[in-house]
Design a protein around this ligand. Sequence first.
Ligand code: SF4
Length: 347
Amino acid sequence: MHEPSNALSRYHRVSAGTEEARFLTAKNFPVDFDPDAPISDLRSIHDDAMSDFHRAYRSDMSDRSDRPEREKRSDGKSLLDLKIKIADRMLENCHFCDRRCGANRKKGEMGYCRIGAVSRYSSEFLHYGEEPELVPSHTIFLSGCVFSCVYCQNWEISTHPDLGIPILPKDVARIAATRRGLGARNLNFVTPTPHLHTILRILAEMRVNTPIVWNSNMYHSEEAAKLLCGVVDVYLGDFKYGNDGCAKRYSNADHYWDTVTRNFLCAYDDSEILLRQLVLPGHIECCTAPIINWVSDHIPAVRFNLMFQYRPAYLAHRYPEIARSLTESECEQASRLLAESGVCDGG
Ligand code: SF4
């Protein structure tokens, strides 16, 4: 049994019910805005509100025992309402992820991910296969993806954005409350980025106190990152590649390094991180090593999970260099690099 790591200390308090999940705080954080204002105005109000939110939130963190009850609003608008409104506008010119397609998904236009305005999920269940800190995790596998990883283990879900159950936020909120009652330690949205607008609406319907896990490739846009601040409790982020060439070759993602490092820095400033690095065969020097070095230099207080379960799934057989499992010596080499870095592996 793993001991809880310090990197996720706040998550553990929320999960235990001794602290409030951030989306609940955002939901009760009053913000006045005109829903019809231009998006630039809404963003500027959001920036100001987030400064206030962080000030209040950090002072709550420093002295939780004396935390005053926030004024609960029975009507009016909240920070979460503002985030929902901005996400709704972003959907008309989609830039949820850094592909920045500009598709008007509300009008049926499709961007790279081919996901429409209605989000779908392929399954939801209590997952026992995540990291020890997270299980049992109420995991919702959302349809589609903004990446095209040639070795994707979930390719049936990621390549079929049109399949799955259409999401009604109220229904999913109800399911989340039931799963929490059955022992879920968190609510874990998998492949969430193209579904940001839907996830925020689900949170608006939720009453139950549970930590929100953003289980993602961390390729969201800067604008999306701002909306996540103040609602995500744990960024469960994949850091896949140590350079842009490998990201392009295996996931068809451009400017990967700058995007993902920017988002990890933002997440680090905002909340807690459980970082996953799936070690790829033959990619220790070009990917695993630079990632460990960067994490050690920039975001050392994260829970780092080095993953060795790579199997050549989906189209990986077309890429001879990754059409195999890891060798024992590759696993040892990666483990040694992490141990020498001093980054927390949670063990
Ligand atoms: S989520 Fe990303 S890939 Fe999908 S339409 Fe929006 S910008 Fe394009």
